[in-house]
Write a new protein. Sequence first.
Length: 430
Amino acid sequence: MDSKRKRRTCSLFGRALMLGIVALFGTAATGAGGDNDLEATRREVKELKRTVGDMAAEIRELKNAESEESSLSGPGLALGGLKFGGYGEVHANFTEGAERDKVDFHRLVLYIGYDFADWIKFHSETELEHAFVNDGDGEISVEQAYLDFLLTGDFNIRAGRILTPIGIINKKHEPPTFNGVERPNFAKYIIPTTWSSDGVGVFGSINPALTYEAYVVGGLDGSKFDATNGIRKGRIKERPSLNEPAVTGRLDYYPSWTVYDDADESLRLGVSGYFGGLDNGDEGNNPGITDGEIGIASADFEYSVQKLDFRGVVANIYIDGARQIGNNVADEFFGWYLEGAYHYWPEEWKTGKLAKSDATVFLRCENYDTQYEMPSRVSRNGAGNRRDWTLGTNVYLTPKLVVKADYQIRNDHGPRDLDDLLNLGIGWSF
């Protein structure tokens, strides 16, 4: 938060406090001063309400700016206008009844940013997956690389490679920000994470309680959709086609009582969407998908009260042209997940080296079906209809370093039972 904004916020607080005192004493003196004093007090209370409203708008603007920056892992280190940061996670996965146990250095991500001016900022993340790249194993990719042109609190421009703003995890996927060793399976099979799109758009605040994002981006390759992985393989990471671009965006609503940092409760309600064509394989030269289109509608929420945290997402995906695509692709996908967490770390343990420590226990239920509605006379694959339960704990040695453990019970409607999983992990961001 810059010094100018700090001064403005402090001024608003001071003004509100003074008006409150005046209103209090004015009310006490009403009996002595008669109707004139009562009318003056009413005017003062009205002014106090207006000032508090201005103060709420200021705080919401500051919190929105901080939220945009914290959706990236950085900056952990700043050198002039240059900023560095990153995140990473290591997992150990143990499979019930099968010899497929493994340790995976799943991700290592480097954030680099640069402030060309106080209103022109560059952000980027480059990701290495599975610690090694060779013959199709592992991956190095540019996850984000975009410029923000911060014009006003209400209207700003963003251009480059962005995170498609659907759901929760796609924009908030650093290990300390989500429960469990692995990201929710919903965020793999319904809303694929991480999902980057190249394009340009706008973002800002409509009012103190309502923020928005809207972009025009490169589309998906419908020929890569399939029965059990959904749209995941249709993401185009290299030279995405603009043959049939897409539009995407989201709205987030914060009730007025959640704008204060010391509030006992916080609530965010979000809706997001995506619509575009599917003829984008081989830079648009993929016959047979020409008439295909995809639409995604999603809603999500995050709610915290005292030591409890809740979050959930629901999404519907509609595909026009599924029969042309083939691969047993459905006309409609549907899924949701809901999770709750409880902060159980005793306050007396938060001393010395563990002064900023915390711990949660959580339970998550996911239900998702990549074969929800099929084209006529196309058979359903029961393996696409799944329900997962995950019970686990997260121990935060610091707010940005977490040790995780969980147990997953996985079920589908296919011919073979899915193995349960025991997962251990450590993750960090800086």
